[in-house]
Design a protein around this ligand. Structure first.
Ligand SMILES: NC(=O)c1ccc[n+]([C@@H]2O[C@H](COP(=O)([O-])OP(=O)(O)OC[C@H]3O[C@@H](n4cnc5c(N)ncnc54)[C@H](OP(=O)(O)O)[C@@H]3O)[C@@H](O)[C@H]2O)c1
Length: 355
């Protein structure tokens, strides 16, 4: 137990917080954060945090234009695994249950999450066959890949093979969303999945079932344009408006089937994407400038999707490639977030607390 008490008896804990004042960056709060208290009627439970999976979203707030950056405040971290403490009346969880999902302010010794009474809230008991590290890396990235590919389904749910026979290209196939995109496309019936990532991560991505992996750093790399090599779906997890990121759209769109092809922008946020979205929805395909369906979306974690993802992991059909596990301490936490910020995460990066 890593809490301390102040002279007034308030229990204090450690955690990583956003540097106050919208200045970007992160500060370590050593035993100086009050342990959160469950407010009566709030439908929250206190958890002792066991692990936190990092996401691009954890650093994106600090990279926003100046005023928007003020939104980056408080404790960092969303995807978590935690042990339920003092479960209140009405919670579907009991003391000692290990739960996982997405909430806020998780990169600390203790945190609050939904109490399980809302069947849609993104938190559930850890299934027996899913490890703490796997669960920490699953929720946000898995849900995002699932939602992005569902949008591209012409019929049926993932379980009904909604991408049966389709050719899917995943850009950023080695990152958090990409590693799930490759696998979920196959689980949804895609007949051929290609991934784009750096050569160093090619083997890992191939191991996830990718039929072909292309190294975007290889000299002369180009997206294919031959008719029989075109794709039904492009899931773009690499492009974004943030500094240093690419915009693949102008090159990759040439690999999408005219008429039926769907370009799903996961990172998006580019102003030009808003124009493409509007054009996609307002104009008939033949009149729209890109002549292909362009989709951007905001993912929202939810219990039904967590159930689907956790069942796939428990049955061994979905792998959570955890690239590294770092201990919960100042330097490793800051180092881990610097890796996320650099967009060089391999699979998922997990911070592990002591049990
Ligand atoms: N729409 C939503 O609701 C939603 C939800 C979650 C995430 N997102 C966004 O989706 C994006 C992906 O998130 P994430 O968690 O997967 O990020 P991530 O884990 O940080 O992505 C890292 C990966 O990006 C790859 N990458 C970087 N530059 C690349 C390039 N030029 N070409 C191909 N791959 C490249 C890297 O591959 P290599 O190291 O192999 O180069 C690395 O594996 C982010 O922009 C995030 O903000 C959106």
């Amino acid at each position: 137990m890593s809490t301390m008490s102040t002279p007034t008896g308030v229990a204090m804990m450690s955690g990583l917080v956003y540097t106050p004042g919208g200045r970007g960056g992160f500060d370590w709060a050593a035993s100086s954060l009050p342990v959160p208290v469950v407010k009566k009627g709030s439908k929250k439970v206190l958890v002792k945090v066991l692990a936190v999976g990092l996401n691009a979203a954890d650093v994106r707030l600090t990279q926003m234009p100046y005023v928007a950056r003020f939104a980056a405040k408080g404790v960092v971290g969303m995807d978590f695994v935690g042990k339920v403490m003092n479960a209140p009346v009405g919670s579907t969880f009991k003391d000692g249950d290990v739960v996982f999902g997405t909430s806020s302010s998780m990169l600390a010794d203790y945190a609050l999450c939904d109490d399980g009474s809302d069947p849609k809230a993104p938190v559930m008991v850890l299934p027996a066959l899913v490890s703490v590290e796997q669960a920490a890396g699953l929720s946000m990235a898995g849900t995002t890949a699932l939602k992005g590919l569902r949008l591209a389904c012409t019929k049926g749910s993932p379980e009904e093979q909604g991408l049966a026979g389709k050719r899917v290209l995943v850009l950023g196939a080695s990152g958090g969303v990409g590693v799930f995109g490759v696998q979920i496309a196959k689980l949804m019936g895609a007949s051929f999945v290609a991934g784009v990532c750096s050569g160093a991560n090619g083997e890992m991505v191939r191991g996830l079932g990718c039929d072909e992996v292309w190294d975007y750093k290889a000299p002369g790399f180009e997206f294919p344009t031959e008719e029989d090599a075109l794709f039904d779906v492009i899931l773009d997890t690499a492009s974004s408006m943030f500094p240093g990121d690419v915009d693949y759209y102008p090159r990759a769109i040439k690999s999408l089937k005219p008429g039926s092809g769907q370009y799903v922008a996961v990172g998006s946020g580019l102003w030009s994407d808003i124009f493409k979205m509007v054009a996609s929805f307002m104009l008939p395909r033949w009149l729209s400038p890109q002549k292909k369906q362009f989709l951007a979306f905001v993912s929202s974690e939810n219990r039904p999707d967590l159930d689907t993802l956790a069942a796939w992991v428990a049955s061994g059909r979905l792998v959570v490639p955890v690239g590294s596990v770092m201990p919960f301490a100042e330097e490793p936490c800051k180092e881990a977030l610097a890796v996320v910020e650099s967009r060089r995460t391999k699979g998922k990066l997990v911070i592990r607390m002591q049990d």
